[in-house]
Design a protein around this ligand. Structure first.
Ligand SMILES: CC(C)(COP(=O)(O)OP(=O)(O)OC[C@H]1O[C@@H](n2cnc3c(N)ncnc32)[C@H](O)[C@@H]1OP(=O)(O)O)[C@@H](O)C(=O)NCCC(=O)NCCS
Length: 178
């Protein structure tokens, strides 16, 4: 089943095999990998192929996952944003990564608001949505603030990263953005 969410400038759709190459291109960029890869270093194309298979597989296992984000005007693939909850994760996360050519256009918060709305709609019992963010990742913290998340004080350790858990409560979020 293909899921499609439309925002003002973007289309969000479930990740498909055709998204693997642009996803590898994005993830092998050191600026993107800095806060996402083990040791903060971009991994090989082969490792990122495996990671992309995991993101597509997450859709099969959970029925949801990262959305591919297409720019409406050009049809270009500009990143991945959306719900993510692999085994052992501290909650249902909304994550975001945008190709560096498109940073600063507000695409991550625009896509995240669409994705969080969809997620709260899909899961009526979900009381909060989280984002796990490296304390040095100012760009990502800016996105979290723009979509109404706050730092909780909870820490989640993954690979060699100690990540802050940011969160928004369902009721307050829907009042502000729903
Ligand atoms: C975090 C990220 C998704 C933000 O995406 P975006 O679409 O650029 O989001 P915004 O346009 O709202 O910009 C967010 C902040 O990034 C910074 N920023 C914007 N353009 C920038 C640029 N060209 N270069 C560096 N930083 C920039 C600004 O601090 C901005 O905050 P501000 O609007 O309050 O000034 C993007 O920087 C990214 O993909 N980073 C790498 C992957 C990553 O770290 N993902 C998050 C993991 S938790």
């Amino acid at each position: 089943m293909t899921i499609r969410i439309e925002t003002e400038r973007l289309i969000l759709r479930s990740m498909e095999p055709r998204d693997v190459d642009p996803h590898i291109e994005m993830m092998t960029n050191p600026a993107i990998a800095r806060y996402l890869a083990p040791g903060g270093k971009a991994r090989s194309r082969a490792d990122e192929w495996r990671a992309a298979a995991c993101y597509i597989g997450h859709w099969q296992i959970r029925g949801f996952g990262f959305f591919s984000v297409d720019e409406k005007e050009t049809g270009e693939w500009v990143g991945r944003v959306g719900p993510w909850m692999p085994e052992g994760w501290p909650g249902l996360e909304c994550g975001w990564s945008i190709t560096s050519d498109h940073w600063g256009k507000g695409y991550a918060p625009e896509a995240a608001i669409g994705a969080v709305k969809w997620t709260f709609d899909q899961f009526p019992d979900l009381t909060r949505i989280i984002s796990v963010i490296d304390p040095g990742n100012a760009n990502s913290q800016a996105v979290a603030r723009k979509i109404g998340e706050q730092k909780t004080g909870e820490i989640f350790e993954f690979w060699d990263h100690k990540l802050d858990v940011w969160a928004a409560e369902r009721k307050a979020w829907l009042e502000a953005f729903g």
